[in-house]
Design a binder for this molecule. Structure first.
Ligand code: NDP
Length: 250
């Protein structure tokens, strides 16, 4: 079987860099037209990369900290590219601090960007996908969907909930042609982990625990994301696919 996303429209949040950028490019390399849902519409760098691949690409303003913009994003994707077949909820933020010092503002920011925006985008995309009786939603979860993490109480709470939301929506929509799954990244060398990478002790401790013997990189997500977005994953629902170099198995 050949995996192709030809004729599909994929929307990816937070694709300006890191994991989201690799996933958006992979969707285009597999033949999909791509909507980049980003908070800085003037940043056209990834759009240019994608258009070179011969598919259509549209930038849709979507600051995930702003629920009003989030709710408008999916209709704008459909307006720009005609439909929506794939939604990748990738945009996310991190705040690190001991729990007793963790501010209410940081809690609200993390829960808004990493959970509420994911929910609203799933809900909006779900309306179109249920109507067309097909669609693939991929949420980006985390190891802290399973584990508590260290100094990241809001992030762990949000990502735990993203895993549960993925299963809740899959239970409701799987019989109607819509697949909802999640990818669980391990430790990936992106801007989000700058603090960990620059901490020689934590960085070494993490590396020693990864069975694959290396940190992940954004391109490690190309294959898993395209697979879950494709017809090859038709009977996969509510699954949390770890892309973690073996971390969770250890
Ligand atoms: P990066 O920090 O490298 O990139 C984050 C992306 O999210 C950027 O495109 C950024 O856009 C976007 N973003 C941040 N805030 C907003 C906002 N308010 N509105 C719209 N877009 C926003 O992150 P990663 O690539 O590392 O992470 C991607 C996803 O993977 C996240 O959900 C993260 O939680 C998850 N993850 C990452 C892990 C890792 O080890 N790196 C591990 C587990 C999960 P901009 O350029 O405009 O800032």
């Amino acid at each position: 079987m050949q995996i192709s996303l030809q004729g599909k429209v994929a929307a990816v949040t937070g694709a300006t860099r890191g994991i989201g950028r690799s996933i958006a490019i992979a969707m285009a390399e597999s033949g999909a037209d791509v909507a980049l849902l980003q908070r800085s519409p003037e940043n056209e760098a990834v759009k240019r990369e994608i258009e070179k691949l011969g598919v259509r690409c549209a930038i849709v303003p979507c600051d995930v900290s702003d629920s009003r913009q989030v709710k408008e994003a999916v209709p704008r994707v459909v307006e720009a590219l005609g439909r929506i077949d794939i939604l990748v909820n990738n945009a996310g933020i991190q705040r690190r601090s001991p729990a007793v010092e963790f501010s209410e503002a940081d809690w609200d920011d993390v829960l808004q960007a990493n959970l509420k925006a994911v929910w609203l985008l799933c809900q909006q995309a779900g309306k179109y996908m249920l109507a067309q009786k097909s669609g693939k939603i991929i949420n980006i979860a985390s190891l802290v969907s399973f584990q508590g993490g260290i100094l990241v109480p809001a992030y762990a709470s949000a990502k735990g909930a993203v895993a549960q939301l993925t299963k809740a929506l899959a239970n409701e929509w799987s019989s109607q042609g819509v697949n909802v799954n999640a990818i669980v990244p391990g430790y990936i060398a992106t801007d989000m982990n700058e603090a960990l990478i620059n901490d020689p002790v934590r960085s070494r401790q993490i590396l020693e625990r990864i069975p694959a013997g290396r940190w992940g990189n954004p391109d490690d997500f190309k294959g898993p994301a395209v697979f879950l977005a494709s017809d090859a994953a038709e009977y996969i629902h509510g699954h949390l696919l770890a892309v973690d170099g073996g971390w969770l198995g250890r």
